[in-house]
Design a protein around this ligand. Structure first.
Ligand SMILES: NC(=O)c1ccc[n+]([C@@H]2O[C@H](COP(=O)([O-])OP(=O)(O)OC[C@H]3O[C@@H](n4cnc5c(N)ncnc54)[C@H](OP(=O)(O)O)[C@@H]3O)[C@@H](O)[C@H]2O)c1
Length: 241
């Protein structure tokens, strides 16, 4: 077996960070050499090959500076990035291997590819996205549901903003991509794409039952990214096909 990748985790005291530290410590693919918080002096960090960041935009900005300076790979799931930070990701990815994703579920990454394929293969069928989450979730539809709709629209070569139907009232507009939202109990996250025409329909579904999928997906991405050349990679790239 290859030597374990020397790994650093940023945001290590957060909910995701704690889960990442526990999983990485028990994972033979990694040697966890640094756990960073907002109080960490990055200049004093030991050498590592890949950092996993689930912190906050300011934490991601510090991780980008450090990884760029030392030429090491960076996996980040931090959300809430402003346009400047998005641009910085593109700039840094010219120097290091970088993978940022808003959802690190490998199942959702595959679902997005299947949705795009199905939407393009049957361009005149009605396409709707249904999602269910716990009753405390604030946004609706979920970011993942919107990303699936975006993937379907791109695959069909249409403008997502022009075809999305988020608050539908009355009749279905042909070619629209509608969203159905359920909020109940402690549902972790469910997404279904429904593709229908007269007499038949296809449903592609993903159900999350454990929030640890995001930490496991991020570590899978880190093992995949360590040692790769510079570039902006996606979670879809990590899938085996
Ligand atoms: N992509 C995905 O699949 C996915 C899944 C879940 C969550 N997320 C995202 O991941 C991020 C973290 O989520 P969470 O639930 O773990 O949040 P959390 O519990 O609030 O933890 C965030 C941690 O980030 C640290 N932090 C803040 N500023 C920092 C800085 N400048 N440098 C280093 N660390 C800093 C904080 O540490 P201190 O206590 O030291 O300030 C805090 O412990 C959020 O953006 C969330 O939306 C993404």
């Amino acid at each position: 077996m290859n030597a374990p990748h020397r790994l650093a985790i940023n945001g290590a005291h957060g909910r995701m960070g704690q889960q990442l530290c526990a999983l990485a410590a028990a994972d033979a693919r990694f040697e966890l050499v640094a756990t960073c918080t907002s109080a960490t002096d990055f200049a004093a960090l030991p050498a590592f090959e890949v950092m996993v960041d689930f912190s906050a935009p300011a934490g991601l900005a510090r991780a980008l500076d450090h990884c760029e300076r030392h030429g090491v790979a960076l996996v980040s799931g931090t959300t809430g990035l402003d346009p400047d930070l998005q641009q910085r990701l593109d700039a840094v990815a010219r120097r290091i291997a970088l993978l940022h994703a808003a959802n690190f579920s490998l199942g959702v990454a595959l679902l997005a590819q299947l949705v795009a394929h199905a939407a393009a293969a049957l361009p005149h069928w009605d396409l709707e996205i249904l999602e269910a989450h716990h009753s405390a979730k604030r946004d609706a539809p979920s970011g993942t549901a919107l990303a699936l709709g975006q993937a379907a629209a791109s695959a069909r070569g249409v403008d997502f903003d022009a075809v999305k139907a988020i608050d539908r009232r009355g009749e279905r507009v042909p070619g629209s991509i509608g969203f159905g939202v359920l909020r109940a109990g402690d549902i972790v996250g469910e997404h279904t794409m429904l593709l229908a025409t007269r007499g038949e329909r296809i449903e592609l579904s993903h159900r999350a039952t454990d929030r640890a999928i995001f930490a496991r997906g991020a570590l899978h991405a880190a093992a995949w990214l360590a040692g790769r050349g510079a570039g902006r990679y996606t979670i879809g790239d990590v899938l085996a096909v």
